[in-house]
Structure formats: structure tokens, C-alpha cells
Design a protein around this ligand. Structure first.
Ligand SMILES: NC(=O)c1ccc[n+]([C@@H]2O[C@H](COP(=O)([O-])OP(=O)(O)OC[C@H]3O[C@@H](n4cnc5c(N)ncnc54)[C@H](OP(=O)(O)O)[C@@H]3O)[C@@H](O)[C@H]2O)c1
Length: 282
């Protein structure tokens, strides 16, 4: 029997399911089927982005699932060339049409772009929130310095009722970004681990295989439990119904402190997602 998806504090008002479903690289019918399957299995948090070109399929899966919209946490992301206020507002309205929904639970800046003052971007996101088109705002792929600049320059715009609710970045056993996690959490910003399985690479690590063998669970479940037990949200992606189910059942896996400690030692700065415009460098 699966647990209900546990939720984590997003900010002082809301919660986010600690396990979500990623949709990068999923397109067309494969995407629609995968999201539909995920919802059927019990996921209530779906992660997409304008750049994934699958909003329509995600929307069809959600609307076809029979699950009430307000039971699902839906995230999308605006691309780095659309961070000026006018484009950001226009693009977000288009996302809502494509997703066939009235609102997003979370809108993220997909990648930073130092050419646009972040306070302008945040001002536009605040307007979308005030209009009820997005419930929460956040960022993805920011360095700690960029996050610090954002917080310093935007606090007066956000005021006391709106906060940066979430920071999504690459996080898995071989890329743990400990300082970035610490800095985000210290500023009351929840962290979402993207590429939580390291694109499948981290499933091959011997220490993880040994823990899975000893516990009678799978390598993916070990990694997802480790992330959850660190207070971090994970959004694994899969097009395989068996993997979708298996990943969801990681919610039933509880690792010991000793197991958690063993995985903590695996960090070797193995950054997988590193496009030319990444602020993290090569
Ligand atoms: N903000 C950003 O810039 C950003 C960047 C990257 C990713 N993301 C988000 O994070 C999500 C997840 O990251 P990701 O897609 O990069 O990679 P990931 O979830 O780390 O890995 C996906 C790969 O792992 C395989 N896999 C999944 N479950 C498995 C299991 N139980 N056993 C064996 N293999 C398994 C999948 O293959 P099968 O299909 O065969 O299962 C797929 O090849 C994305 O889909 C996206 O939503 C965001």
C-alpha cells in the first residue's frame, strides 16, 4: 500500500508534494501516457517547462485523469530569453492556454540571465501572482551569489506576503551542491532536486547497489529516499510504467543514518546538465 504523498512546507502558507514527476524529454503521446500513468499511480506534482515543448500533452493528461485540478501541484518554467516583464507575462498566459488550466502552482525562472535585472523579472512574477495566474514563484539553476542578489534587490518588491518559494537545481548522489542547499534552506526557500537519478548514471554506483540489495528495494528507491530524508523534493522522470510505480514507492523506503551517511560520501561534482549559458561553468 502506498503512502499518500507527503508534503513539505513551501513557504509559510503552502505545501508541495515531496515527490513529483519530471517531464523533460517526454513528448507527444509518450509524454501524455507517462503523466497519466504517474497520476494514476498517485503522483500529485508534475514538473514541466516551456522549453520541454510538452505543455499540451501534460494538460491533456491532467484533464483526462479525472483528478481535481486543485489536488495537483503543477510547475512550469519560463525560458531565460523571456525574463523581461512583457515577455514573461505574455509567455505565462500562453502556458496556461497550452496547459488548459487557469493557474500554475509554481512558476520558475528556468535559468538566470544577467542581461535582465532580476528585480524586473520578479516584479512581473509578482503581478502574475496578484492576478491569480500563479500561486508561487521561484527560480532554477541560480548560484548562491545570484540568489543573494535576487533576495537583496527584490525584497522591497515582494513585500512580506510573497516569497521566493522554491529553488530547483541539479542534485543527486554524485552532485550534492551542499552549500547551495544550505543557503536556499537558510533563506526559507524549498529545494527541488532535478535529475535526481543523475539521468540513471547514479543507479550504477556500487554503494547504492549494496544498500538496495541489503534493503530489498531498488537503487532508484534508495536515491529517492535519501533525497526525501534530506528534506529535499525530487522530480524523477520516466516513460516506463514499472519505473514510474517503483519511483513512487520510494515513499515507503526509510534509510538508516548509516546508509544516509554512505551516500553523503559519493559527491564528486558530477554535473550532468551544463549548457553553454550555465552560471556554474564547466
Ligand atoms: N530546471 C532545470 O533546468 C531542469 C534540468 C533537468 C531536469 N529538470 C527536471 O527534472 C526532471 C528529472 O530529471 P531528468 O529527466 O534530467 O533525469 P532523471 O530523472 O535523473 O533520470 C531519468 C532517467 O532515469 C531513468 N529511470 C527513471 N526511473 C528509473 C528506475 N526506477 N530505474 C531505472 N531507470 C530509471 C529514465 O529511464 P526510463 O524512462 O526508461 O525509466 C531516464 O533515462 C526532468 O524530467 C525535469 O522535469 C529540470
Amino acid at each position: 500500500m502506498n503512502k499518500q504523498v507527503e508534503k513539505k512546507k513551501l513557504n509559510h502558507r503552502s505545501k508541495i508534494p515531496v515527490l513529483g514527476f519530471g517531464t523533460w524529454k517526454l513528448k507527444g503521446t509518450e509524454c501524455q501516457n507517462a503523466v497519466f500513468n504517474a497520476l494514476k499511480v498517485g503522483y500529485r506534482h508534475i514538473d514541466t517547462a516551456d522549453a520541454y515543448k510538452n505543455h499540451q500533452e501534460v494538460g491533456k493528461a491532467i484533464n483526462g485523469s479525472g483528478i481535481k485540478r486543485d489536488e495537483i501541484f503543477l510547475t512550469s518554467k519560463v525560458w531565460r530569453t523571456s525574463l523581461n516583464p512583457e515577455d514573461l507575462k505574455k509567455d505565462t498566459k500562453r502556458f496556461l492556454d497550452e496547459l488548459d488550466t487557469d493557474y500554475l502552482d509554481l512558476l520558475l525562472v528556468h535559468w538566470p540571465n544577467d542581461d535582465v535585472p532580476i528585480s524586473d523579472t520578479i516584479g512581473a512574477m509578482k503581478e502574475l501572482k496578484t492576478e491569480g495566474l500563479v500561486n508561487h514563484i521561484g527560480v532554477s539553476n541560480f548560484t548562491a551569489l545570484q540568489l543573494k542578489i535576487l533576495l537583496n534587490s527584490s525584497q522591497h518588491i515582494l513585500g512580506k506576503d510573497i516569497s521566493i518559494a522554491n529553488h530547483q537545481f541539479e542534485f543527486h548522489p554524485t552532485l550534492q551542491q551542499k552549500e547551495l542547499v544550505k543557503f536556499s534552506h537558510q533563506n526559507d526557500i524549498s529545494v527541488t532536486a532535478y535529475s535526481p537519478l543523475g539521468h540513471g548514471q547514479d543507479l550504477e554506483i556500487k554503494k547504492i547497489k549494496d544498500i538496495a540489495g541489503a534493503r530489498g528495494c531498488t537503487e532508484a528507491q534508495v536515491i529517492l529516499a535519501w533525497i526525501r530524508q534530506k528534506g529535499i523534493i525530487a522530480i524523477p522522470r520516466s516513460s516506463d510504467p514499472k519505473h514510474i510505480q517503483e519511483n513512487f514507492e520510494s515513499l515507503n523506503v526509510e534509510l538508516s543514518d548509516e546508509d544516509l551517511g554512505k551516500i553523503d560520501t559519493l559527491d564528486n561534482n558530477n554535473r550532468i546538465v551544463n549548457p553553454s549559458f550555465s552560471p556554474f561553468g564547466k
